[in-house]
Write a protein that binds this ligand. Structure first.
Ligand SMILES: Cc1cc2nc3c(=O)[nH]c(=O)nc-3n(C[C@H](O)[C@H](O)[C@H](O)COP(=O)(O)OP(=O)(O)OC[C@H]3O[C@@H](n4cnc5c(N)ncnc54)[C@H](O)[C@@H]3O)c2cc1C
Length: 431
């Protein structure tokens, strides 16, 4: 089949890879000049989510203060945003949290296998590093993490719970003053450079053939007609407006356009209740080598992750929840400063002296969160239209598994994932 993938982020490129592996001819349409320029560019490095860092569950926004929960609710925060937070708050209840995580878990495992397969086949090097240390400051926050710890045990995820003293013995960069509650070490979990992986995977596809990349092209509309699907491209330059509209036809279209998926799908007749969340990242030069931890760290409650990539530290977090209608407008200096200050403070708190924050490069981007914590993957609206979006904070790790699932669905194969997980991922679940 001929398949168009809209979006050249990690979701789109991983989908193209799996579609090609399944024998299809693929065209990836990306509005930027190259791949990995959207949310994929700013990712924090954590490859696969654990119950401690999914963006739902008992610890998510448990405190109303941004300095404590890491999410800045911008004033003017409107009705739909409040409604969205209310829905996510429903997943703070441990059983609801466990249920959703159990549905996500098969996709996590499938992604782990799919990524290992790509690594083994092509020997890709994308700054992979092992070890993730989750740190929890206050005793009551540690208590709120109990449901996540139960899930780790239930799913037999290898981890070590550490007292502050054990943590300091393992990782000298972590100060024991002021006191903190506990740490959880995942020795086998990984961090890696997602934009680099995306670009390397594109190179693999370029070399193999069968996948055409169309950079600098924006899809304006998806057309769905009887047995075919096609996409209309927006005029590339204002001067070309008078020319005929460029249309590319295919047997199937996959929307993997990150935040851009919402508008495209809405025009195609599918309104998804995904919510755009702005996130920040700092890429800081290392200040003092001896202060840099040898594993990546995550402030588990403020949701700030710090991972080392060569001679830089990538610090990600500083979420801003605002009215969805404001998301395309500049955030404003005061809120940007507040978000970046959260990143700088978390780095200073957990690894003082490691990063030169004053020389860090800031970045901001938008990721899509879903109200039930799970991404949206599946067929929708028309037999030829497929969706792969809404991975929230875990798009890096889930991309390979999600791409494989889309390829199975497009090919008409029975997916390897269990039916309850497939149903929990389907776009129709919101209707
Ligand atoms: C600061 C930050 C930190 C993060 N940290 C992590 C982490 O540690 N671990 C993790 O797993 N995930 C993390 N994430 C989430 C992860 O980065 C995203 O889930 C993932 O990159 C989403 O990939 P995507 O391909 O769906 O979206 P994107 O990367 O946004 O790609 C979508 C692409 O579609 C293109 N596009 C949109 N509309 C159109 C159109 N109409 N026509 C043509 N092209 C279009 C865009 O230009 C873009 O390139 C983080 C995200 C952010 C912002």
């Amino acid at each position: 089949m001929d398949v168009i993938v809209i979006g050249g982020g990690i979701a789109g490129v991983a989908t193209a890879y799996h579609l090609r592996a399944a024998g299809h001819r693929v065209c990836v349409v990306e509005r930027h000049a190259t791949v990995a320029q959207g949310a994929t560019y700013g990712q924090g490095g954590t490859v696969l989510p654990t119950p401690l860092d999914v963006w739902f569950g008992p610890t998510f926004m448990a405190s109303r203060h941004s300095a404590k929960n890491g999410v800045i609710a911008k004033t003017g925060f409107n009705g739909p945003a409040r409604q969205f937070v209310k829905q996510l708050a429903g997943l703070q209840e441990p059983q609801a949290f466990a249920r959703q995580y159990a549905l996500l878990r098969p996709l996590i495992e499938s992604s782990r296998e799919a990524m290992a397969d790509v690594e083994a086949r092509f020997g890709l090097e994308f700054e992979q590093a092992s070890g993730l240390l989750y740190l929890v400051r206050a005793a009551h926050e540690w208590e709120q993490s109990a449901a996540a710890l139960d899930l780790l045990r239930q799913f037999e995820v290898p981890h070590h719970v550490m007292t502050p003293a054990e943590c300091a013995a393992f990782e000298h960069a972590v100060p024991t003053e002021p006191a903190f509650a506990a740490a959880v070490l995942f020795e086998h979990e990984r961090t890696a450079n997602c934009p680099l992986f995306t670009k390397l995977l594109k190179q693999v596809l370029d070399a193999q053939g069968g996948v055409q990349f169309m950079p600098g092209c924006e899809v304006s509309t998806i057309r769905l007609e009887n047995g075919r699907a096609s996409v209309e491209l927006a005029p590339r330059e204002p001067a070309s407006r008078s020319r005929e509209i460029e249309v590319i036809g295919a047997d199937a279209v996959v929307v993997a356009a990150g935040y851009g998926s919402l508008a495209l799908l809405e025009r195609a007749g599918l309104r998804l209740p995904l919510y755009p969340l702005r996130l920040h990242a700092l890429v800081a030069p290392i200040a003092h080598e001896e202060c840099v931890p040898h594993v990546a760290m995550v402030d588990a409650v403020k949701r700030v992750g710090v991972s080392r990539m060569n001679q830089r530290l990538r610090i990600a977090g500083g979420a801003v929840l605002q009215s969805a209608g404001q998301i395309d407008k500049p955030l404003g200096d005061a809120v940007t400063k507040e978000a970046l200050a959260l990143l700088g403070q978390a780095t200073h708190d957990w690894m003082p002296g490691a990063a030169r924050i004053s020389a860090a490069l800031p970045w901001e981007g938008v990721k899509l969160l879903s109200p039930d914590g799970l991404p949206v993957i599946g067929n929708a609206v028309h037999p030829r239209l497929f969706v792969n979006a809404g991975h929230g904070p875990a798009g890096w790790g889930l991309a390979c598994g999600a791409g494989k699932l889309v390829a199975e669905l497009v090919s008409g194969q029975t997916p390897a994932l269990a039916e309850d997980t497939l149903a929990a991922l389907r776009p129709q679940r919101f209707q």
